[in-house]
Design a protein around this ligand. Structure first.
Ligand SMILES: [Zn+2]
Length: 294
């Protein structure tokens, strides 16, 4: 287990033995209590993470994440039940992508009200995914949920990763849960397929202005599954700006798509996990912007 990981998170349940992170194969799932909080947890299964908050009046859960791994949903509910028998009052969708939000029916059946950004509901209404229940309630710019002494603030920062992503912030705990816009310590990858480059920079600057110390990403941070800090967000923003600038120059020399996709490297970032596999997604997305105008 890395030192950084220990700084930000402590394991609470049996599946996470201290040696687990030294092994190649991570445990099937694990629940982590976020250090410095009384009641904020992360359920991690495979490569996905969801935040949940346990209060005396009930539970606020997020992102069932059942796409391609339906067993994740009952495991997630079991983990909540190991901590509390209070009702699950809310299930909040971070954005509309199925890898994070499919599989919410058992939460709804347990009485949870599903909340998402209004754009997420619009998308889901058209897509009609059989495994993804529509939100019961939507929000636009901001919504505040208060439950059992905990305040959770939901805010929308415009287009970034998808058009439906919200930031979930716990003001007292200074914890932020944001999915897919802000990889911690690694390169963005397939998420670039649904990404708005120019608007994303503004969104990230807006998220940086919020008052928080700990970022819980939707996928475990690197190295060691750690959570993130504002420095990680600034590094991600700098990467996007560097990539954008380099590809803009190449695009204006007529090198999009093939020239850029086959030849361009961003050597400053080659030590980042995911560089080799994920660079292609970054190059393609910015070529679309600067080489095609979209
Ligand atoms: Zn996504």
């Amino acid at each position: 287990m890395s030192r950084l990981f220990r700084l930000f998170a402590i394991p609470v349940l049996a599946l996470l033995a201290p040696a687990s992170f030294a092994q190649d194969k991570p445990p099937a799932h694990v629940t982590i209590k976020v250090e410095g909080t009384d009641n904020v947890y992360v359920f991690r299964s495979g490569n996905r993470q969801s935040m949940f908050i346990v209060t005396p009046a009930g539970v606020i859960a997020t992102d069932p994440g059942g796409y391609g791994q339906p067993q994740r949903v009952p495991a997630y509910l079991d983990e909540i039940r190991k901590i509390t028998d209070k009702p699950i009052k809310y299930l909040i969708y971070s954005h509309h992508h199925f890898d994070h939000i499919s599989g919410g029916k058992p939460f709804k059946d347990a009485g949870a009200k599903i909340i998402a950004h209004k754009k997420a509901k619009e998308r889901l209404a058209v897509l009609k995914d059989p495994d993804t229940p529509l939100p019961d309630e939507t929000m636009d710019k901001k919504k505040v949920i208060k439950l059992g002494g905990t305040t959770l603030e939901l805010t929308y920062h415009g287009l970034n990763h998808s058009d439906s992503t919200i930031a979930m912030r716990l003001p007292k705990e200074k914890v932020l849960f944001v999915v897919d816009i802000l990889p911690v310590g690694s390169m963005p990858g397939r998420g670039m397929i649904d990404f708005y480059p120019l608007e994303a920079e503004k969104s990230i600057q807006s998220i940086l202005k919020l008052d928080w110390n700990t970022l819980i990403p939707g996928h475990p941070g690197q190295p060691g599954g750690r959570f993130g800090t504002k420095a990680d967000v600034q590094a991600q923003l700098a990467f996007l700006q560097d990539a954008s600038e380099a590809i803009k120059v190449a695009a204006r020399e007529g090198k999009c798509w093939d020239g850029v996709e086959k030849e361009m490297q961003l050597p400053k970032y080659e030590s980042w996990p995911g560089y080799k596999n994920n660079l292609q997604f970054v190059l393609r997305r910015y070529c679309a912007l600067w080489g095609r105008g979209t």
